[in-house]
Design a binder for this molecule. Structure first.
Ligand code: NCD
Length: 405
């Protein structure tokens, strides 16, 4: 039997597989256009298990499964409507749900939660977003949109703007863009910059050092109407040279100080005046939902690609589901997958308060060699590097061995 494949990080897929998925998505799109009935997934069931709100991700996965001739069972508000409300662990929930479904799509507020779930199921588990960590299927939709509308990803200057700290879409997307040879420009208000572990991974693994407009040296000016903020001034300098402008909202639900969010949102909003400075063939994308950072006034401009991006989501997810269920084959490089090598670091501690390790009872802390900084270790669940003061023994840097799971 073929090995079960899950998708909890965009880096779980080889480049060739991502390209293969896009070719498959093109085929799915043609079938949808011809209104052909597909019955690839006849008799199969998808379970969607969403512990956080969602419109696009859950419904597009469910649409994809139905369009493939399969069936869907769903818990849309799993924190309240599943046994999570009675204290059931993620591990138990997915072990149960795998008896009902052939594939599980899950969204959860803790970083690394979908990886933990994938470890505890025998059916493929797809992440619909895990906390502030990653959102791999949104990235597939984003990369596919760029490829469809711009033909190639390679060489494109892509600006990721907004909440790069708490926004999971931009983490996965940064990896994907770097892998396919795009040039990254990062634009974030003070306090919302791309996390160090993502930057380190980009630098050391993918040899990509983004141009960054994150580090504003002065505090954001008080929001007085008509006055442009520091982020605006900086972004103004480069906007005329950007091929793809990817906006994201400030993830207000992920931190406490709401005033901060308002000031930040105003600092990088895309409106008619900003769009005038953009290239005539620029592509504006947004994973949605939007807040003040994306004006409704630009929706009718042909450069506004965010609703086309939504439409592509169904065909991309159809391709992914068919692939993970083993119903469509994609050629991948014949590499022998090495077993995960955990690092013995007894006193190390993941400092990420949003990591699943902080809330999932009975889950072992696990550390692996960092994908970023050479010689460092990272949390296996959430990918964040372990600051050396949390790894007092230094063992993490020396002893590498296999631990039983
Ligand atoms: C995103 C998410 O949930 O991370 N939405 C989506 O899936 N399209 C973006 C967001 O919530 O800001």
């Amino acid at each position: 039997m073929a090995k079960k494949r899950s998708l909890v990080s965009i880096n779980d897929l080889y480049d060739e597989e991502i390209e293969g998925l896009f070719t498959l998505a093109d085929e799915m799109g043609l079938a949808l256009k011809r209104r052909e009935m597909l019955d690839l997934c006849r008799g199969m069931i998808m379970a969607t298990l969403f512990y956080e709100p969602s419109t696009r991700t859950r419904l597009s996965f469910e649409t994809a499964m139905l369009r493939l001739g399969g069936m869907v069972i769903s818990v849309a508000d799993a924190m309240k409507a599943s046994s999570a409300a009675k204290g059931e662990s993620i591990r138990d929930t997915v072990r149960v749900v795998q008896n009902y479904a052939d594939i599980i799509v899950m969204r959860h507020p803790a970083d690394g939660s979908t990886k933990l779930a994938a470890h505890n199921t025998d059916v493929p588990l797809v992440s619909g977003g895990d906390g502030t960590h990653e959102h791999p299927t949104q990235t597939l939709c984003d990369l596919y949109t760029i490829r469809r509308e711009k033909e190639s990803i390679k060489g494109m200057r892509v600006a990721l703007c907004g909440d790069l700290k708490y926004g999971r879409t931009v983490h996965s997307l940064a990896y994907g863009l770097a892998r396919f040879g795009a040039k990254l420009v990062l634009v974030a208000p003070l306090g919302f910059e791309m996390p160090p572990h993502v930057l380190n991974w980009l630098k050391y693994r993918y040899n990509c050092t983004p141009e960054t407009y994150c580090r504003l040296d002065e505090p954001l000016p008080a929001s007085t109407s008509g006055r442009r903020s520091a982020a605006h001034l900086l972004f103004d300098d480069v906007i005329s040279d950007i091929d793809v402008i990817y906006l994201t909202r400030i993830q207000r639900e992920r931190f406490q100080t709401k005033g901060e969010a308002e000031a930040a949102e105003e600092s990088y909003s895309m409106n008619a005046a900003m769009l005038k400075k953009a290239k005539s063939d620029a592509l504006i994308l947004h994973p949605l939902p939007r807040q003040a950072e994306l004006s409704y006034k630009i929706d009718e401009d042909r450069r506004a690609g965010y609703f086309r991006q939504v439409a592509y989501g169904v065909m991309v997810r159809m391709a992914l589901v068919a692939f993970l269920l083993g119903l469509k084959k994609i050629k991948a490089p014949k590499t022998i997958e090495a077993p995960i090598k955990f690092v013995r670091a007894k006193n190390a501690r993941c400092a990420n308060e949003k990591c699943i390790i902080k809330s999932a009872e009975g889950t072992q802390p696990r550390f692996v060699k960092s994908n970023g900084t050479p010689g460092a270790i990272q949390c296996y669940w959430c990918d964040q590097e372990i600051p050396s003061e949390n790894d007092k023994t230094g063992l993490g840097r020396r002893q590498v061995g296999l631990l039983p799971d």
